[in-house]
Design a protein around this ligand. Structure first.
Ligand code: FAD
Length: 458
C-alpha cells in the first residue's frame, strides 16, 4: 500500500509517523515544498530575538531521521496536481525544475495555511516580511543582520503580531504596532485586550488601533508607513494580518470546500474524494460549543488531526475520530500570559446564546506568599443551562486556568459544578480557592440575582 502525504509540517509528519507505527510495510512518501520538514513554526518569533538560539532547534526531525523510520520525505518538492480518479500526482522538484508523476493508493492532504499579503501600495518593498515558515524567519534575520533596523512596524494585533512585537523589542528596536480594529487580540473581550495593550505600552511598544495602513513608502526598501492620516518611520515591517488555508490543490482535484474556506472533512478526516484524507490548517472542523463549522489554524490540533488522518488512511478504515474543538489557545506578550477557550461573549452571542458572565481579578497564589501576582479570569456561561461555554484569562497562571476551563467545557460542566471543583491548593501554587472557583461563585451570584439558579449537571 502506497501512502502519499502532501505537506510535511505538523499534520503531515504526524500522519506519516502514525501510519508507520501502525503499518511497517506501507510505502510512505511525504512531499514538502519548503526546505525542511517538521518545523516548529510556533517558535519562529523567539528565533527572531535569539530566545531560541539556533534555527535547527526548530526542525523537530530531518529527512534523514524520517528515513531511519522508513518514511521518504522529499523536501523542495511541490505537488502541483492530484488526479483522484487515476490516483496520480504531478510533482515538481523545485531544485531541478523537473516535473514527474507519482501514484498513490491513499492520500493525506496536509497543505496547511499561508500568510495573507494585504493589497496595500508598497507591500512589495524590501524590508517587508511575513512570518509563517522558517525561510521567512531566515529572511527577517538576514535583513536585520545586514541593515540593523532601528524602527520596526508590526501590522496586525493578533497573537502572531503581538509575539513578533515583543521579540523585535528584545532586539532593541523601537516598535510600533498598527491594528485596523479598535483593539488588539480581537478574539478576546475588551478586558483582556486592554490588559494586552497596557502591557505593550509599558514595554515601550507604540500601539495604534482603529487605523488602517494606507501605504508603505520607500525607494527600493521601506522607509515609512502611512496610516490613518499619519506617517511613521520604519526600517523593517512585519505583516501579521492573518493566514489563509492552502486549499487550491485539493479544490482543483474536486475536494469540497466548507463555508470557512477550508477543506470540508468528516469526523474521520476524510474528504469527499475516494481514499483522500485531509488534516491540519487546511481543513475546517466543528466548534463543540456552537456546533458550527470553524477554521482554527493551531499547531496542537493540527497534530491531533494528523494522528487521526494518518491512522485512518493507513488502515483504510474509520478507526479514529476527531470530534471537533473548543478553540483553546494561549500566547504570551512580555510577561503577560493570555489564554482562551470556548467562545468569547461576542462569539457566543453570534452563535445565538444568551450569556451570563462573571469576571474577577484575583491573586495567582496566596496573597501573603512572596511573588504573588494578579490574574484576570472571565467565565462565560449559557444563560439557560448555566453551562460554561467560554473562558478568558490574562496574567500569571493563565495557562492553568485556561486548561481547567477547557476541561470543564469539554465535560459540559455548569457553574454549580465549578463552584465545588476539587482542585489542588497550597500557598505557593494558588489562593485557597482557585480563581476558577472564585469566578464561578460570582457567576452563581449572577444567576441567583436573575432568580434562575441551576443545579449541578447529572
Ligand atoms: P503548515 O504548518 O502550514 O504546513 C504545511 C506545509 O505544507 C507547508 O510547509 C507548506 O509549504 C507545505 N505545502 C503546501 N502545499 C504544498 C504542496 N502542494 N506540495 C508540497 N508541500 C506543500 N499554533 C499553536 O497551537 N500555538 C502557537 O503558539 C503557535 N504559534 C505560531 C506562531 C507563528 C509565527 C506561526 C506562523 C504559527 C503558529 N502556530 C501556533 C500555528 C501552527 O504553527 C500551525 O497551526 C501548524 O504549523 C499547522 O500545521 P500544518 O501541518 O497543518 O500546516
Amino acid at each position: 500500500m502506497r501512502l502519499v502525504i502532501v505537506g510535511g509540517v505538523a499534520a503531515g509528519t504526524k500522519a506519516a509517523s502514525r501510519a508507520r507505527r501502525l503499518d511497517q510495510r506501507a510505502e510512505i512518501t511525504v512531499y514538502q515544498d519548503e526546505p525542511e520538514p517538521s518545523i516548529s513554526e510556533c517558535g519562529l518569533p523567539y528565533l527572531l530575538s535569539g530566545v531560541v538560539e539556533r534555527r535547527d532547534e526548530l526542525v523537530a526531525r530531518t529527512p534523514e531521521k524520517f528515513a531511519e523510520k522508513g518514511i521518504d520525505v522529499r523536501v523542495r518538492h511541490r505537488v502541483e496536481k492530484v488526479d483522484p480518479e487515476g490516483k496520480k500526482l504531478c510533482v515538481r522538484d523545485l531544485e531541478s525544475g523537473e516535473v514527474f508523476e507519482d501514484a498513490y493508493d491513499r492520500l493525506v492532504v496536509a497543505t496547511g495555511a499561508r500568510a495573507v499579503l494585504p493589497p496595500i501600495p508598497g507591500a512589495d518593498l524590501d524590508g517587508l516580511f511575513v512570518l509563517r515558515f522558517l525561510t521567512d524567519a531566515d529572511q527577517v534575520r538576514g535583513y536585520t543582520k545586514e541593515r540593523s533596523p532601528k524602527r520596526a512596524v508590526v501590522v496586525g494585533g493578533g497573537y502572531i503580531g503581538l509575539e513578533v512585537a515583543e521579540n523585535l523589542c528584545r532586539l532593541g528596536m523601537e516598535v510600533s504596532l498598527i491594528e485596523a480594529e479598535d483593539r488588539v487580540a480581537l478574539a478576546y473581550g475588551s478586558e483582556v485586550a486592554g490588559r494586552v495593550e497596557n502591557r505593550l505600552e509599558d514595554n515601550g511598544v507604540n500601539v495604534h488601533t482603529g487605523a488602517e495602513v494606507e501605504e508603505f513608502v520607500g525607494a527600493g526598501h521601506v522607509e515609512s508607513v502611512r496610516f490613518g492620516g499619519r506617517e511613521i518611520g520604519a526600517d523593517l515591517v512585519v505583516l501579521g494580518v492573518g493566514v489563509r488555508p492552502s486549499v487550491e490543490l485539493a479544490k482543483e482535484a474536486g475536494a469540497e470546500i466548507g463555508e470557512t474556506g477550508a477543506i470540508r472533512v468528516d469526523r474521520h478526516m476524510k474528504t469527499n474524494l475516494p481514499d483522500v484524507w485531509a488534516a491540519g490548517d487546511c481543513v475546517e472542523t466543528v466548534n463543540l460549543v456552537s456546533e458550527k463549522p470553524v477554521w482554527v489554524p493551531l499547531g496542537d490540533t493540527a497534530n491531533q488531526m494528523g494522528r487521526v488522518a494518518g491512522t485512518n488512511a493507513v488502515t483504510g478504515e474509520d478507526t479514529l475520530e476527531f470530534p471537533g474543538l473548543l478553540g483553546t489557545g494561549i500566547f504570551k506578550v512580555f510577561d503577560l500570559g493570555v489564554g482562551k477557550t470556548g467562545l468569547s461573549e461576542r462569539e457566543a452571542e453570534d452563535a445565538g446564546f444568551e450569556t451570563v458572565s462573571a469576571a474577577i481579578e484575583t491573586s495567582d497564589r496566596a496573597s501573603y506568599y512572596p511573588g504573588a501576582q494578579k490574574v484576570f479570569i472571565k467565565l462565560i456561561s449559557d444563560g439557560s443551562s448555566g453551562r460554561l461555554i467560554g473562558a478568558e484569562s490574562a496574567g500569571s497562571g493563565a495557562d492553568k486556568l485556561t486548561d481547567i476551563c477547557a476541561t470543564a467545557i469539554w465535560g459540559k460542566l455548569a457553574y454549580p459544578d465549578l463552584v465545588n471543583l476539587d482542585l489542588a491548593y497550597a500557598p505557593p501554587f494558588g489562593p485557597a480557592l482557585s480563581p476558577v472557583i472564585q469566578a464561578a461563585t460570582v457567576l452563581s451570584g449572577e444567576f441567583e440575582r436573575t432568580r434562575r439558579g441551576i443545579r449541578a449537571s447529572e
